[in-house]
Design a protein around this ligand. Structure first.
Ligand SMILES: Cc1cc2nc3c(=O)[nH]c(=O)nc-3n(C[C@H](O)[C@H](O)[C@H](O)COP(=O)(O)OP(=O)(O)OC[C@H]3O[C@@H](n4cnc5c(N)ncnc54)[C@H](O)[C@@H]3O)c2cc1C
Length: 486
């Protein structure tokens, strides 16, 4: 069965719900299709139990939600985010358990046919793809070579330390998720090995303000995608930072001090022996450099803007550099029974049956607007600016897309009205012609009838007496009277 609606939004995460919120405010008919049983699936079922946003509340607001008592500088736990998104979804036309399997363009009409698992289709003038970028857990192929007795799970499926087998844990990947999970496991008393990567470090606070406050102040979130050094830069791992424990800095050197064994990048595995790159110290230096660059930028900004901010010297830790470079480690030998892959997510937009992606598989668009009229994307990192991939920037991007859809609706409505009024004018003109023609026909017919009647009458009464026409009977009106009547 095919139904029809102005706009279909695919995905009921924050991006899709935000577009729906703005379309609702503009009274544009639409539906949100969410594959899961409930909206906000990513926050509800794909984050660990203690997950806390890294962005403070002032940066993490969902549109259309009443916040009541607020703590703008605090950090929301995932349950709070889910509750806000549930509140928002209640006000919107969301259809759950509706997984979209394809989006095709109907070439004649330019409309889109959206197919839902099970076969139902929806015809729409606009489609907004809001399926996020963190779609499928990415696990390196090397995982298949690990010994069978080692439990493996992706950070997407990690919930808490109790879920793991007794024994030590190898966490692979040290961007935000990996570093936070390693810290939680260490805090719970587990022996942790962390295979590091090249993520940077941002101190939670500096000179009296949260790092994100400084980033905003320095205009970092408004940098556009065109300012990136390369297209691939939009996928780089996020720096270490955490919103847990009221918000704090995550520092790999501190990890070393707390007993976490730091390793270089994981290269492979042979039997129970993992092979590691000898890049640990380079990775540590990269993280330290990111922090130093941040500090320099803030200092320069304070000086240039003449701001008054307390002086601060961040602690300089070196403990990581004291750790030995290990290039081989026997998992069984050191009691590792679990591997947590904090190796990010893969994305796939092949449900859109149009050539809309670049060589990386990323949608080609400008601020979410694709080259196919009526097809939009939202909710992607660097969709437009540095804040696009955060709750902070999603609202702005969602509103922009809703505005474009409203423009299309208005343009279509204008065209419809123009067509209607042209048709009306044409029918008005033809009605006039028809009236004239009818008048002509009627008057000709009448005169024919009268002529006929006269002939008939003359024939009937050939000797009828003719009354002489007298001047007094004439209908000639005096000139003055004619002028007055006019
Ligand atoms: C580990 C992690 C931590 C993060 N921390 C923060 C943070 O602290 N602060 C912050 O601002 N941002 C954070 N982010 C980023 C944040 O998650 C995204 O900015 C935001 O969730 C994007 O929302 P979205 O709606 O685009 O995507 P998602 O929330 O992923 O929603 C996409 C939705 O689409 C649905 N879907 C997918 N495919 C289909 C289909 N074919 N048919 C129907 N439905 C479909 C999914 O089920 C899902 O509900 C984090 C991201 C990750 C992965």
């Amino acid at each position: 069965m095919t139904t029809q609606v102005n706009t279909v939004i695919v995905g009921g995460g924050q991006a899709g719900l935000s577009v729906s919120h703005y379309l609702t405010r503009r009274a544009i008919e639409h539906v949100v299709l969410e594959q899961a049983e409930q909206p906000a699936e990513a926050w509800r079922n794909h984050r660990w139990d203690s997950f806390t946003l890294n962005t403070p509340r002032w940066q993490s607001r969902v549109p259309g939600v009443c916040y009541g008592e607020d703590d703008p500088d605090g950090f929301m736990q995932k349950q709070e985010v889910v509750a806000h998104l549930d509140d928002l979804a209640k006000q919107l036309p969301v259809r759950t358990s509706a997984r979209v399997t394809s989006i095709r363009r109907h070439s004649a009409s330019g409309c889109y046919i959206v197919t839902i698992e099970g076969g139902a289709t929806i015809r729409a003038c606009n489609v907004v793809v809001a399926t996020g970028l963190y779609q499928t857990p990415k696990i390196p192929r090397v995982a298949g070579d690990f010994p069978a007795d080692i439990q493996q799970l992706h950070s997407d499926a990690y919930r808490n330390p109790d879920q793991l087998l007794p024994g030590a844990v190898l966490v692979v990947g040290s961007a935000q998720s990996g570093a936070q999970i390693a810290e939680e496991l260490c805090d719970s008393g587990r022996k942790v090995y962390l295979a590091t990567g090249t993520a940077g470090r941002t101190p939670r606070g500096y000179r009296g303000k949260d790092a994100n406050w400084w980033f905003a102040k320095m205009g970092q979130y408004d940098r556009t995608v065109s300012e990136l050094p390369s297209p691939a830069a939009k996928f780089s791992g996020k720096p270490h930072i955490s919103g847990t424990k009221g918000g704090h800095t995550i520092n790999l050197h501190q990890f070393a001090r707390d007993g976490i064994t730091l390793l270089g990048r994981l290269k492979g595995v042979e039997g129970s022996v993992i092979k590691l790159a000898d890049d640990l110290h380079d990775n540590l230096a990269t993280a330290d450099r990111a922090e130093a660059e941040f500090v320099n930028a803030v200092d320069a900004h304070i000086a240039a803007a003449g701001l008054s901010a307390p002086e601060e010297r961040l602690p300089i830790l070196r403990d990581g550099f004291d750790q030995k470079i290990v290039t081989e480690l026997d998992l069984h030998g050191v009691g590792i029974t679990n591997v947590v892959w904090a190796t990010g997510y893969a994305f796939d937009f092949s449900l859109v049956k149009l050539p809309v992606t670049d060589a990386d598989g990323f949608p080609v668009q400008a601020r979410g607007v694709s080259a196919f009229s009526g097809l939009f994307f939202v909710g992607l990192p660097w969709l437009h600016t540095a804040k696009s991939g955060l709750i902070y920037g999603l609202n702005e991007d969602a509103r922009y897309i809703a505005d474009r859809i409203a423009e299309r609706r208005n343009a279509a409505e204008e065209m419809r009205l123009r067509d209607a009024s042209r048709e009306q004018r044409q029918s008005h003109a033809s009605t006039k012609w028809a009236d004239r023609v009818m008048t002509l026909i009627w008057s000709s017919a009448l005169s024919l009838v009268l002529d006929g009647f006269a002939t008939y009458a003359i024939g009937l009464y050939p000797t009828a007496p003719h009354k002489p026409v007298q001047q007094a009977d004439s209908t000639i009106v005096p000139a003055e009277a004619t002028q007055q009547k006019r």
